[in-house]
Design a protein around this ligand. Structure first.
Ligand code: G3H
Ligand code: 13P
Ligand code: ZN
Length: 326
């Protein structure tokens, strides 16, 4: 393979048809983050078994961790493995939260089929300019681009989010016209990480701002919306982690019914990272606690991969509605 690789040579697809089908079918395509082989295999096996399209998602730091050249072959391996397992599901490789033109360019040149330029921390004009620059480079190579408007609350933020963090619906159309993005991440009350809401035991988490989502969808009918920070922070995994020596107090995420509702709307892509981390950590903690003499990585990474497969199938079937769509 040459030093510049087009994603089609890896057997990957961009997100255009995925989102078109998701919009028409009223479901969301899962975007699972991964950093290593077991996570990637877990995602692929789970999506093959549930016949779901999938977006394999890599942050800038995950790309550094896995090594950019190695990653290219991992993606190729994922495509080949899906095929061998009997289902040529659509697979995209996507840069998550890209923060510069150079990073997006480097990903595109090494086989990514989709990139996000997250300029949400910049003022509107700079965000639009930077995103536009990425769109021009990407579209010339048939790579799709996700932009972001509005800031997702950080894990330290209060439950009652500052309203200025939410996406302003009146800015959306202008942003889409100025940038030419293929999808847009918005802020309607989700946040990254395992500590999404500060609620007392038994208290409900505040509902997502579906009113903002509806207003955006009305202004830009048929345009694919992306939901970041969409882990449910699976309570069973948190309990397991705490039972076996971990300390994750007050870890709480989005209720499944909220995400299911979002998946049936203009939301075509749902991002999940934290839940995958929790599944792996919970299983490994349990095995280490129960078998302190174990030191064969296959004996704890293997079961962690099995748990990931179960988690992916559950989400595709019950939360995203993407099962059976590939
Ligand atoms: O939204 C960010 C993702 O969860 C990736 O996180 O930069 O730790 O890989 P990371
Ligand atoms: P979570 O932390 O809720 O899994 O969100 C992941 C994400 O948005 C990746 O971009
Ligand atoms: Zn995110």
């Amino acid at each position: 393979m040459s030093s510049t690789t087009h994603y089609s040579d890896l057997g990957l697809v961009n997100t255009r048809d995925m989102f078109k089908n998701a919009m028409e079918g009223r479901y969301a395509v899962p975007a699972y983050n991964f950093n290593n082989m077991e996570q990637l295999q877990g995602i692929i096996i789970g999506c093959v078994e549930s016949r779901s399209p999938v977006i394999l998602q890599v942050s800038g730091s995950a790309r550094k961790y896995a090594n950019q050249t190695f990653l290219k072959y991992m993606a190729r391996g994922a495509v080949e493995m899906a095929s061998e397992l009997g289902a040529d599901i659509p697979i995209a490789l996507h840069l998550d939260h890209g923060d510069s033109f150079e990073l997006a360019q480097s990903c595109i040149d090494s086989g990514f089929s989709s990139v996000m330029l997250d300029g949400s921390h910049h003022p509107f004009k700079e965000n639009a300019q930077l995103t536009r620059q990425v769109v021009e480079y990407a579209h010339a190579r048939d790579v799709t681009v996700e932009g972001e408007l509005g800031v997702l609350a950080g894990i330290e933020d209060e439950v009652s989010h500052d309203v200025s963090h939410f996406t302003q619906p009146e800015e959306v159309k202008d942003f889409l016209e100025k940038t030419g993005v293929d999808s847009l991440a918005i802020s309607i009350g989700t946040s990254h990480g395992a500590y999404k809401f500060k609620v007392k035991p038994g208290e409900e988490v505040p509902p997502l701002r579906f009113d903002i989502l509806d207003e955006i969808a009305k202004k830009t009918p048929g345009f694919p919306i992306v939901l970041h920070g969409a882990s449910t922070v699976v309570p069973e995994y948190v309990a397991m982690i705490n039972r076996y020596g971990g300390k994750m107090e007050n870890a709480v995420g989005n209720p499944e019914d909220q995400l299911r509702k979002a998946a049936g709307s203009a939301v075509c892509k749902i991002n999940i990272d934290s839940d995958g981390r929790l599944a792996v950590t919970a299983v490994i903690r349990k095995i280490f606690a129960e078998n302190p003499s174990e030191f064969d990585p296959r004996k704890y990474l293997g079961p962690a991969r099995e748990e990931l497969i179960k988690m992916v199938i559950h989400k595709n079937e019950n939360v995203l509605g993407s099962a059976g769509k590939a």
